[in-house]
Design a protein around this ligand. Sequence first.
Ligand code: ATP
Length: 283
Amino acid sequence: MNSICLKANAKINLSLDILAKREDGYHEVKMIMQSIALHDDVIIDVIDEGINVLCDKHWVPSGANNIAYKAAKVLMDKYHIKKGLNIKIVKKIPVAAGLAGGSADAAAVIKGINKLFSINLSDEELMQTGKQVGADIPFCIKGGTMLAQGIGEVLSPIKPFSNVHIVLVKPKISVSTAWVYSNLELKKIIKRPDTNLLIEAIGNKDKKYIAENMVNVLETVTIEKYGIIEEIKKELVELGALGSMMSGSGPTVFGIFENYKKAHNAYNAIKGGKWECFITETE
Ligand code: ATP
């Protein structure tokens, strides 16, 4: 096998809680991660030597600054693979948007290398390598619906919450995850998610409960600076969403819809306007 094409799926958070700041500067999180159908395409070709990363969007770094390069390098070095790779990323996931697009690409590269060179590592072993490159990569390797703890890398599967209709709205701002975490004041958090009740509701496929009770504590930081996020949340509910929330560190907002028709009506009302808009579903 000399070539492979993989889907790199984005994620949303159905809840995001920060429990503590650790001595090493990372935060202790408790969050529900959910893969969605929106994805980048990652095409990998084996070449004689070197690792080249090219993305079709000029604002995404190419070469060694791309997280996909870092993931490839770690795995290739670890298993002493002497060949090289051409990695092409067709970017459809908005960048610096709270949707883990970079981590998704890195996860796809790790899975792709495992197949291309028949290394035959288990998901757990791949996740171990992914963790060295970024905390969200283990989730992106596994996908589905997961409770993520630790710094995001300790994963426990929960019941699937698939085929739920989602509309994503991204205002024309990019938010740095590092900026959000460095401005987070744990003392200021008043409203936290009841993660255990949300997990129970996922088990019961109770979309309404989830949509009405999901909480992302990072909204306290991002919305304070970018009020537009609150506006988008309201707009999605006015357009028929059961509930809406910011994903990750933002600025993308998602709405959960009862059915495709309602999601599509909201998508039609927003698309072509001042915000980027996507209709998708949970995986
Ligand atoms: P997260 O939700 O994990 O914090 P995000 O969706 O907010 O991620 P990304 O889209 O992963 O953010 O991008 C974060 C930064 O990483 C961008 O500013 C970009 O320059 C850089 N980057 C490096 N490689 C990639 C890649 N393959 N795709 C997107 N961004 C990349």
